[in-house]
Design a protein around this ligand. Structure first.
Ligand code: DX5
Ligand code: ZN
Length: 217
């Protein structure tokens, strides 16, 4: 299984974004958390900032929208060139229509599920998607503890992806460290978002390599 490590710039130094992006150039995609203080109790940045990140990032963007009214806002992130755009199932009126629109524009389409959201109703949508994000913390903040009790959701999704031979990436986000990544990989994840464990101590390049090695082991 191909492993992808997507560092989250939520843990980066926002006033030195160019440097912070260059520090994670050995990763696969850079994870960009858009928060609106409505869907989650935190606020980050919007399309204008993401456009500049897109302009200067050495690697493609994996945009994670934690915003209400995803139907209205998500296409703009695809249009600015993000490689993938993931919106929350809980925040979209018509997830299938929105996923189709994102793909039409040329982005990979993803749906994210909060810890309290059951995966079962979304499994039949997998053929419409390029990635499914199972949140392993309550969305809103970096540095929270990994919720191992989300692993049954991943296992279910992995079962369906294998059975139907889908090319859908299964992503986890929240509390991913060199220890917890093995738990998520065992449950079927192949794409790993990591914020604090990449940026908050040591060298990001080494941290990315350690995460990759642990996931591939
Ligand atoms: C949380 C965000 C995450 C966050 C993860 O709502 O979606 O992407 O940056 O941070 P860590 O890896 O520190 O849990
Ligand atoms: Zn995220």
């Amino acid at each position: 299984m191909t492993v992808r490590i997507n560092p989250s710039i939520l843990s980066a130094d926002f006033v030195n974004m160019q440097t912070e992006l260059d520090r994670v150039a050995t990763a696969d995609l850079v994870h960009v958390d858009v928060m609106d203080n409505h869907f989650v109790p935190n606020l980050t940045f919007g399309p204008q900032m993401v456009q500049r990140i897109q302009d200067v990032s050495p690697i493609p963007l994996d945009v994670h929208l934690m915003i209400t009214d995803a139907d209205r806002w998500a296409p703009g992130y695809a249009e600015l060139g993000a490689a993938s755009v993931t919106f929350h199932a809980e925040a979209a009126e018509d997830p299938v229509k929105l996923a189709r629109r994102l793909r039409e524009i040329g982005a990979r389409a993803g749906i994210a599920l909060k810890p309290g959201t059951d995966v079962e109703p979304y499994l039949e949508l997998l053929p419409e998607l390029d990635q499914l994000l199972i949140m392993t913390v309550e969305p809103g903040f970096g540095g929270q503890a990994f919720m191992a009790d989300m692993m049954p959701k991943l296992r279910r999704a992995r079962e369906v992806v294998e059975r139907e031979q889908l090319a859908v990436w299964l992503q986890v986000d929240g509390g991913i460290t060199a220890d917890t990544i093995t738990v998520a990989a065992d449950a079927g994840a192949d794409t790993f978002v990591a914020g604090s464990s990449v940026y908050n101590s040591g060298d990001p390049t080494e941290n990315i390599a350690a995460l990759r090695a642990a996931a591939e082991a």
